[in-house]
Write a protein that binds this ligand. Sequence first.
Ligand code: ADP
Ligand code: MG
Length: 580
Amino acid sequence: MRMFLSLIKLKRFLLMNELPEFRALGISDELIPALLAKNFQTPSTIQTLAIPLLLSGEKDVIGQALTGTGKTAAFGLPVIQTIQPGKVPQALILAPTRELSIQIADELKSLSGNKPLRIVPLYGGQLITIQMDELKKGVDIAVGTPGRIMDLHRRGRLQLDKLQFAILDEADEMLDMGFIDDIREILSLTNPDKRMLMFSATMPQEIMDIAAEFMRPEYEIAQAGNQSATNTDLTEQYYHEVKREHKLDALMRLIDANTELYAMVFCRTRADVDEVTEKLNAKGYRVEALHGEISQAQRLRVINGFKKRKFPLLIATDVAARGIDVNDLTHVINYSLPQNSDIYIHRIGRTGRAGRHGVAVSFVTPGERRKLKFIEKDIKSEIPQRKLPEISDIIEAKKQLFSENIALLLETGDASEYLNFAEELCTLGSHPAEALAAVLKMHFKNELLPESYQEFGTRQKADESNMKKLLLFAGRANGLTVPDLLREIGDRTGIRSTQLGKIICRADKTFINAEPNDAEKILKAFRDDKQWHFKYDELREKREADKKRKTPDTKPPKKKKVKTHKPLREEFFKWIAESE
Ligand code: ADP
Ligand code: MG
């Protein structure tokens, strides 16, 4: 019994000495077990700065730190520690999206441990009656999107005039999403003596304007570093110079060369996100898209799937990706350079975390070198240029991964079920390596052969067979050049040269291969132009069709090559015996 008591004492003593850094900030005993359970060892910079301000001061606070640096706990812990379970909301947290509301509420619930606070997420898209029922049971911390918060308040279900804290989380994103009027209206409904907090990944002028409008004048700012250096230490940054039309190829090379990739790819526009996603999917890569036009249900599904690593690549716009709590990426890929260095820092802050090495790769078009220089100057670090992975690198990476996996299987002996079958297969060739080579061929098809990769920068040779052939009765003798032709087609139809197939410019004629749709477009665009008179090249098509029809019976059947094998089998076994 005595031993039992002293064990309890010992435990209490140990607990008292746990997490000294959090305690030094003013975090009370009550919250320590929850922090231990969440395995928070040391406070992040923003937590170190903001927690004491919030626990000991009275002032309003702006907190700025990169995504993934624990802003939720930075305001959440002081709020949880300060308020007591009651009936009416004492803290209101406004967040830009439904899943952020849920994420914040979940984080706060886990941080509050055994303290019986009611924390309720409130957002559009869920039946309002369900949330009204929840609120009836009482609420201490309401977390929600502006629209739904306002709706619930109008229905008399959410009291907003007994607040100790009103918090704008991801404030910059809320502004981007145009919530300013809603925010203004909601804040006007709250009691003026509350503390107002604003947390944000970036601090553009608009945030300072909001602070001037809503906060008491002597507000404080907790800023985690100057947004740059500190957070990029573990992140290797470099860029590839890539022409716009080669970006997709470049991306595929990166994916192929990095077998363990877990990355976000940032594009400038929604259309880019869709295009990249569709094209990669068409090539068999598992990627998903995230942008503003995607339904909430789909968004949640995509984010959760990505967090669980169900697919390794997420293509996103900045706004859609903001606030999403995925930070352990191996790579951040800037498919398009961001508009400014804040966004750059924000993007690449998602990799190189928690002591792990990360890579931030940017695609820079020749015209964007100046923009890159500005970013380098702003973030005070150099971003060197690298060559894109070569085809041989990609093949090497794939072989390496495969070999490692085989070695692992051999170590664990997990492949022993197949040993009998393997022995059987080995007798098929005249050498076991031959059988193995055949197995590899079945597994990899042509994947590890350099010939199956397209040389970078060459026009896609694929699928010319489905293309329509256009004929133009003009050629070099008329002063026509291929670049002129491409420019003219581009100007009139928007079709880029990379979308077209082979072009042959003769003295008096020019042939162009184009996808049927594009061919139709070109015909239409030039229809009434005497100088550029395109028509379908039916003659060539007919000739080719004839050729195809004739091929089978004109060609003699292929003779099967009979290979003669050297008797390697014996030598092989001798080798095994010797090396044993
Ligand atoms: P932000 O709002 O700054 O983007 P979050 O509050 O969403 O970041 O936190 C990102 C992740 O880091 C969460 O999973 C959170 O639980 C975790 N986290 C926060 N603070 C710490 C800490 N001190 N130690 C370890 N993990 C932490
Ligand atoms: Mg956050």
